[in-house]
Design a protein around this ligand. Structure first.
Ligand code: ADP
Length: 273
């Protein structure tokens, strides 16, 4: 198994030569079995990172390696086979006239045999709880349902890396938690590398690691619970810590003890969440 699924080496990127760098010296690695959350204020460069990962954009300086392959104009088709992406607005991603056709699209492109295709469509729609909508028109679904179908379309082709770029934004908090939990199960069973991009710190709790972006640079790389302790610094870069984390920070600051044991932030977060 590859040690690093995704690697950014000193990546610089700007949308035009007359503008400032949108990404400045960004370096990180993501292992094949990891769930990494990338967070940051709007405009901090998160989506640009996602687009660089599957060759929708190319770095001006530095190197990006996915599944051992440097991402270049020549390699993008190999890279894109391995990297599935779901964006915030699923309307732009639908190609089929029914949910079934839509999920089938990526499989047809890969020449998947019919019986296998039907099985994968069924499994991926079940994973996102959309099995009852097989013959519905994607455009007529609610925002949350559309996002589920878009996610199913990516799950069906079994990519090595799945990037969700604000892809749960249209779901309510319960639906969001549910779908992230489902994808996490798929990740564990199929050794899928999961990268979730968000500006909502509620969504980083279950990730293995968090990369915090600010103004095109990596501001912090840490465990979710470490990120939550930086409440004031995060506020300064436009990010708000969830209520439960604020509560945990307050309780720890006043040295609350439960059953005479010092209260650790990790346990507190896990018990309240
Ligand atoms: P985020 O996903 O964190 O909101 P983005 O990666 O979308 O950030 O954007 C980073 C910066 O790049 C922002 O300043 C944004 O205005 C700029 N930007 C994004 N897309 C384009 C584009 N297509 N052309 C020019 N500038 C862009």
């Amino acid at each position: 198994m590859l040690k690093h699924r995704v690697e950014f080496r000193n990546v610089y990127f700007r949308y035009s030569e007359t503008e400032d760098w949108v990404l400045k010296n960004v370096s990180f690695t993501i292992a094949s079995d990891e769930w990494v959350a990338i967070i940051g204020h709007n405009g901090s460069g998160k989506s640009t990172i996602a687009k660089l990962m599957n060759g929708l954009l190319f770095p001006d300086k530095g190197e990006i390696i996915v599944d051992g392959i440097p991402v270049t104009e020549e390699s993008i088709w190999d890279v894109r086979t391995n990297v599935g992406m779901v964006f915030q607005n699923p309307d732009n991603q639908f190609v089929g006239t029914t949910v079934r056709d839509d999920v089938a699209f990526g499989l047809e492109n890969r020449g998947v045999e019919r019986n296998e295709m039907l099985k994968r469509i069924e499994q991926s729609l079940e994973a996102v709880r959309m099995s009852d909508y097989l013959l519905h028109e994607p455009h007529r679904l609610s925002g949350g349902q559309k996002q589920r179908v878009a996610i199913a379309g990516v799950l069906a082709v079994s990519p090595h890396v799945m990037i969700l770029d604000e892809a749960t934004a249209m779901l309510d908090p319960k639906g969001r938690k549910e779908i992230l939990a489902t994808i996490n199960q798929v990740r564990e069973s199929q050794s899928l590398t999961l990268i979730t991009i968000t500006h909502d710190l509620n969504e980083i709790t279950k990730a293995d690691r968090v990369i915090v972006m600010n103004a095109g640079e990596i501001w912090l790389e840490a465990l979710p619970r470490e990120v939550f302790t930086k409440e004031k610094d995060l506020r300064a870069i436009g990010l708000d810590v969830p209520f439960v984390a604020k509560l945990a920070n307050e309780l720890i600051a006043i040295d609350v003890k439960l059953d005479q044991q010092p209260l650790h932030q990790k346990e507190l977060l896990e018990s309240l969440w």
